[in-house]
Design a protein around this ligand. Structure first.
Ligand code: GLA
Length: 374
């Protein structure tokens, strides 16, 4: 086991001592190729925990308090490494090189056409068949009041069809104020495209024992990105006003999710679209607020990215058995994947996702948790 002890504390921390921040590291398991994956649990002084494995950079659990101070896991996940290796629809995972879809797995850069692995109705989705969600990252824990886990991975030139050796660094920081911050960074030695995100599935009721249709969502976006039947953007943006995509005011998710008279709802099987975030510039802006009325939990998502993919777990069908043997059914969770627009490499009117040698791709997203009385 690479000389690792089965249970190693990096920062003196009793599991039931919620007053100190720190990181606990355990061996998570062995991958089919014999490599060992670890599990790091970041604790803050307020009692929140974030458990992350260096396999896929997956957030295995995130415990946050409800309005009575009860900590529960607000994510979908598996009981063991084997569960993740067997396959999940990207539960908690880091996504790269390109989060979301690239039409037909092809794009042209500097006159050269690249062919990527296609894994979703003839399109390329979330980095291909072995994306960043399925590789072992090198982990460096950073102790402190705001414990952090630095993950690095070098994606080789040609991996899944992408050009350039891409050096990636992702840092998860558990802040004092019950926020999980994700900093992404990447550099390349050849022009390439990059769009990194995290694919955590949230159910703020805790334990993911029921659907998310009564979650109340606000998206700070006046426009969304319409798609075709294969979920590829048409290339035009559409105002949300007057459509089931209007979440500019707090809106119960289930209200119009089944409005099949709306073509976009039909194509997405519910919500599975990019919303174009209001505001410009590189600073962190509020992208989404989610409120779950029974627990009182609130999640605020801030990002410097231009869009957020709001996905309502439409493809979950109970076939993946998650934690404690519990089947995750349709719409038992929602995802808020901060990112660039889907298929940008083929859409001349969308903001560019090209990264050139000498440049540094840099982006930050913060998921902050709190609760309110009613
Ligand atoms: C993203 C996509 C969805 C789906 C999920 C994983 O959110 O937009 O269409 O592929 O990932 O199932």
């Amino acid at each position: 086991m690479n000389g690792l002890r089965d249970h190693e504390f990096l920062y003196v921390q009793k599991r039931n001592d919620r007053t100190k921040a720190g990181i606990e590291k355990t061996v998570y398991g062995q991958l089919p190729d014999g490599q060992t994956a670890d599990l790091y649990t970041l604790h803050n002084a307020a009692g929140m925990t974030a458990s992350i494995t260096n396999y896929g950079g997956i957030i295995v659990s995130l415990t946050t308090p409800d309005r009575n101070g009860k900590f529960e896991d607000v994510t979908l996940g598996m009981d063991s490494l084997a569960g993740y290796v067997k396959g999940t629809p990207y539960f908690g995972a880091l996504i790269g090189r390109y989060g979301n879809r690239i039409a037909k797995g092809k794009f042209t850069l500097d006159g050269k056409t690249y062919t990527l692995v296609t894994n979703n109705f003839g399109n390329h989705l979330h980095g291909g068949t072995k994306g960043f969600d399925k590789v072992l990252w090198t982990a460096t824990p950073v102790e402190g009041d705001e414990p952090a886990l630095k993950l690095t991975y070098t994606s080789k030139d040609g991996e899944e069809g992408y050009p350039g050796n891409l050096s990636v660094q992702v840092t998860y920081t558990l802040q004092k104020d019950n926020a999980l911050k994700i900093d992404y960074q990447a550099t390349t030695d050849k022009p390439t495209v990059v769009n990194l995100t995290n694919h955590t599935y949230f159910n703020l009721a805790g334990g993911a024992k029921r659907d998310i249709l009564d979650h109340v969502v606000t998206l700070y976006a006046d426009k969304f990105i319409p798609i075709d039947q294969t979920l590829i953007p048409t290339g035009k943006l559409q105002p949300v006003a007057g459509t089931p995509f209007d979440f500019t005011k707090p809106t119960v998710v289930g209200t119009r999710i089944n409005d099949s008279t709306d073509t976009q709802i039909k194509y997405g099987g519910g919500y599975d679209h990019g919303w174009v975030l209001n505001g410009t510039g590189d600073s962190l802006k509020l992208a989404a607020t989610v409120y779950e009325p029974t627990s009182g939990r609130v999640m605020e998502v801030r990002t410097d990215q231009p869009a957020v993919q709001f996905y309502t777990g439409n493809f979950l069908d109970g076939s993946v058995t998650g934690r404690e043997g519990f089947p995750y059914k349709k719409r038992y969770a929602l995802c808020l994947e901060t990112e660039h627009y889907p298929d940008s490499p083929n859409q001349p009117n969308f903001p560019t996702t090209v990264l050139k040698p000498g440049e540094t791709y840099k982006t930050t997203t913060v998921y902050q948790f709190s609760s309110k009385k009613e």
